[in-house]
Design a protein around this ligand. Sequence first.
Ligand SMILES: Nc1ncnc2c1ncn2[C@@H]1O[C@H](COP(=O)(O)OP(=O)(O)OP(=O)(O)O)[C@@H](O)[C@H]1O
Ligand code: NI
Length: 325
Amino acid sequence: MKDLLQVKDLNVGFLVGKREVQVLRNVSFSIGEGEILGVIGETGCGKSVTGSAVLRLLPENALVKGEILYKGKEILYMEEENYRELRGKEISAIPQSPGTSLNPMMKVGNQVAECITGKEIRKRESVRTAVNDIFRRLQLPGKDRCYGNYPWELSGGMCQRVLIGMGMITHARLLIVDEPTKAIDWALRKEVADILLRLKQEMGCAMMMITHDIGVASYVADRVAVMYCGEIVEVGKTEDILHHPIHPYTRGLIRAMPANGFEVMEGFMPSFSDLPEGCNFCTRCRYRDTVCSRPQEMEEADAGHWVRCRRWGEIIKSREEQLCS
Ligand SMILES: Nc1ncnc2c1ncn2[C@@H]1O[C@H](COP(=O)(O)OP(=O)(O)OP(=O)(O)O)[C@@H](O)[C@H]1O
Ligand code: NI
């Protein structure tokens, strides 16, 4: 699979007063054409900062280093004007919540149409056809597919689809989807996840899907990256991450899933201004050893399955022993 997006050694810090608080450390990953990468991890670990860096929407106090390539072309430092064209057409974000992203005074069809009219000069008729086509793909009901409805006339699920429409209308090749299912109930979560999957199949777009919901990520994503304290600690095929996790943090996340008994992980993520020496997870880790106070690079434990843990060899061994006994 060809890489659509490559992020290499991305470092992001924030200037707070006179101090720089470093948040992202050497974050590297890639997303192939038409591939969905799920990015998971608990609140504050740096998922949204990573997404915003790709969209170049970080706030002014952000200090960014590293490389981001889209179709092999460097985009992190390219002219703002050129980048904006890319963000309008090729790279797009799905807005987060109907409450803040939809205007209650405006017909939803026109709100989606606005997402293209600013970017391309098109005839009114062709804009309308494009919106109708997206609404049809999103399976919005009725003869006019809700084009003429106001947000408050639609259910929560339909509003979510309109938001997805706003991200999809330009037929972007890469969608950044940040917490598409935050604060919505399970039935709706599945509905949104199903729609994203169908759109990927129909339109072949790639997605970076940010969520703290490992259930949603594993349902939708082809590969999953696990973040902790601003670092990727494990990345691999969804099936490997879900069924053969290696990093003690990933293992903790999976044990905490409702289906696995809700065993809550002990301890808290340390603050970015007070990280431990070496492995950031060592303060909570049951496999911790003296070697863990040294920094650790990502290593490939299995084909395409990378992990940032000095003790991965022993962990795999103990996992096999557990299975045998
Ligand atoms: N403008 C900013 N100035 C200073 N710190 C910031 C700024 N924006 C984000 N941060 C910090 O960066 C860290 C990562 O934030 P981020 O929003 O990426 O977390 P997240 O993984 O998306 O969490 P959540 O699941 O809650 O959305 C947090 O500690 C946050 O406080
Ligand atoms: Ni976030």
